[in-house]
Design a binder for this molecule. Sequence first.
Ligand code: GLA
Length: 724
Amino acid sequence: MIRFYQKENIFKLDTPNTSYVMGIACGRYLTHIYYGKYINSVNIGYIIDMDAEDINGIKMDMGEKPGFLDKLPMEYSFGGMGDYRESCIELSSDFGQRGVELLYDSYEIIDGKPELKGLPSTFGEDSQTLIIYLKDDVHGIKVELRYSVFEGIDAVIRSVILKNTGDKTLYVNKILSSCLELPENDYDYLALHGSWGRERHMERQHIGFGKYSVGSARGISSHQEHPFMAVLSEDATQEHGDVYAMNFVYSGNFISQIEKSQFGSHRFVMGINPEGFCWKLSAGEEFTAPEVVLVYSDSGIDKMSHTFHDLYRDHLIRKQWVYAERPVLINNWEGTYFDFDEKKIYDIAEEASKHGIEMLVMDDGWFGHRNDDRTSLGDWYVNEDKLKGGLKKLVDNINSLGMKFGIWFEPEMISPDSDVYREHPDWAVRIPGREPGQRRNQLIIDLSKREVIEYVYESVAKILRSANIEYVKWDMNRGFTDVASACLDSDRQGEVMHRHMLAVYELQGRLLEEFPYLLLENCSSGGGRLDPGMLYYSPQIWCSDDTDAIERLAIQEGTALMYPLSVIGAHVSDCPNHAVGRVTPFETRGIVAMAGTFGYELDITKISDEDRDMISGQVEMYKKYCPLIQSGDYYRVASYQQNHYYDCYEIVSKDKNEAMLVFIQVMAQINMGGRLIKLKGLNPDKKYSIEDKIYTGDTLMNAGFLIKRPDGDFKAKIYNIKAV
Ligand code: GLA
């Protein structure tokens, strides 16, 4: 519920367990007052001495304005007037004038949540939105701060719209989407970092004075850092303590930063990375900054994860897919790489169909004359030398096995060795006069150009119209360099990467309109673009090119911090693993891949009979647990990343009648008995059966469940827990 309390001069947003409070200080500045556990009272302005002449001991008069602003907890910070902490907005005008002063103007509260033009955003009718208008008459701007809440969800969704209400052209050098002030306290931050094949590893550190910042300037949300950060009270654990988290609903450049000020207070911000960004805003135009999801948990990290998972399942991922059973797929990438023809693809599909696999995904290498990664991106026509008889015939044949068919594209790219590049060398992102840097022998296609967007759309759509294709893997395999566009004026070159993202969103949105049944899986050299922006279009995202079951434990743990398991693309691949050379049991690979959208990534005609014979059992097991995996509450019980011996997680149905406990022994230890695991999330008063023994919920959660020590490394087991 959202209300403005006139007498107290306070805005208060309440969710079931949290309150978010702002005030108007000195009749001028929108000030942050409180975010945390739900409070009933509205008499809370005293926290910042809001009614006094002076706030926080500093007088708001013209003799002390900078000192006053440097201490005030700002709801949306601005620089150049005295607040030297991180600003959310920076502009320059034709005069070169930069300082901004945002003054409170007005507000409205509306039912529902308006869409964000051209951007992915959370949705749902059971919502309410507060819009607060700030203005700076000297620049001639109006800033619209939007806050939405959904019934039953402990999250606040924020976005910002900047309008040029004056008659001069402005340049927006920086526009962040969210700012949260936290009072003096000892906090840690939790962020996700990584690399190709090593995405979203968790890192927790104490926050000292100064700024800690993560971000991406690569044009994708990236493998290296993630548009997520949490600030935790020092004592916070999985089950206890304060957690304040932000996650950005955007797939391009971002920053996320926590700053501890001279006074011990903290400013936590998130938004589009200002590095390289500059948006020209002519008179009358507006710019919409993507939204940030803000979550507070008073009971540690598990509860934070539950809030994100519930929000994304019910208000971000398309309804048609979110709880639908996804087809178990087999992808030929690790099985064949570029070395396949129509017979190989058919043979894989035919064998797979005998083992319960439901969809064949033909990966990279079916188009142009692409037999390695040096050619043909952009030439989206079928290579009939490779796929003799054409695509439709292959798809029909696979369909007649009772299997669906999916296909790979990398639409945002152009190979210098391609017909399209030879015809349109100006279609690549590049700096005039400079040889553009290639990665994986490819360049980025310039989506700032309308005709390129149309070309890309038609290229993909034409293939989809040509056969019964029910799934697309949309890949993106390089970061931006040499950023410039031949079709934009010199004062718009800072727009290229954001325009690219807007075009990608437009393209994916249009595809889903024309092919509403399509299952879209995003991918970016593995998990380089697994973020909430992409989730709006694709209900599943390839999580990492590292398919090793052990490496995946840390990757999937970090990913599941805020993304539901139903979105995490996870496949069983062959051994020795192609990424790390490790050999793990086929059974363990299956169990680890079940904490996601399950599939296979191997040549099923070549693996051992013993492994192949296990597939139908794995598919059956996945189907059995699928409803739980897709809709249950996920609890992290033990982390291999932290203890170096074993991993353990639990998924509990919302009604607490069923659960699954997944235990993976990575390294056996000498002289160890079983492991006593305290279960979570059960009903203490219910009785549960595990492997034919009956326990009470309170016993399992307080005394624990004894897992017998498996022999050897890399052993995994799922325990089915059922209320009786
Ligand atoms: C990326 C993806 C892989 C595969 C290859 C194909 O690396 O992450 O899964 O599709 O591209 O080139």
